[in-house]
Design a protein. Sequence first.
Length: 382
Amino acid sequence: MSSDAPAVQRRTTPAELFWDLVFVFAVTQVSTLLYHDLTWAGFGRALLILALVWWAWSAFVWATNAHDPNHPTVRAVLFAAMVLAFIVALAVPEAFGAESTVFVVAYAGVRFLHVGLYVDASRRGNASLAAIAGFAVTVAIGMALLIVGAQLDEPARTILWTLAVAIDYSGPAWLTRERLRGIQRVAVAHFAERYSLFIIICLGESIVATGVGAAGHPLDTELVAAVALSLLVTIGLWWTYFDRVAGVAEERLAAHDEPVLAAADAYSYLHLALVTGIIVSAVGAHAAVAHPGEALSEAARLALCGGVALYLAGHIAFGARLVGELGWGKVVAAVGCLLVFAVAGGLPAWATTGLLGAVLVGLDASETFAAVRPRRSPLAAR
């Protein structure tokens, strides 16, 4: 690779932010898909769609990180992929039905545009063609399985699509991991910021879900309480990520001996747990605000509490991989979320949401206090 690889201080460009808007809609589509089929099978289908959407977005983060996003070629590819990604999002509600072929063909187009953009980056000396060729094989296999699966009935379709996701994800993870080390220089500030922005997209979906759930209902005391407490939960999720973790993680990535592998593990893979947790909890928040005075169904309560617990579990893994902290406070808080699920079966939805908010407030307050508390020197301790 050439010495004029991307500078580490580069930030997100307007073209990339414009590209992200399609994924705002895609996340909403996935959330709606799960809300209307809040079963284990529905969760599995929604998670499979989310894994595909996330991987397409994440792939372009890597490609634009190795490129100049303001270059006309990059913009042209981004905008072409944007059109295809929007078609993918439109097809999400019927991805396992009448629109399965449209969904996978458009998705395959997005993925192949990404590979082409990466090849162009290698031609300019900013990425390793050998590493790109390695995962391009798994991309091709994965896309072929998606297209074949779209022509089949259930359960063969879901089985092939699951296999396609596993193969596509495994390319950088295992099959080409040694080559991955040298695929490119990581523009750290740009890379960390891009993933932080996707967390914002998902938190935005949580706010939208709360608003949609409240729409059409009179603003009585119970609804106002449910909305306020739902937003408290969303604020708690934001605080957990952005108060300290995001900045510390960026610093650790910049100083890491193997920034490419660390970035792939901590951001491309482990952030999927954070994203899934936010979206699932947003579905639970939607249900809670829609019927604030009634007890949540077991499925909706599990989505609300289990989604936050999954988000915290993702944080624990993220911190362990990149920041070097296990995060015992988050372990306790994740257990607390599951306890809320266990004990809140007979409580009104607004009260369940309030208990969950209290768990996050306790976590964030303790971590913030620990971060700002002055450390006593050894002399002062004597």
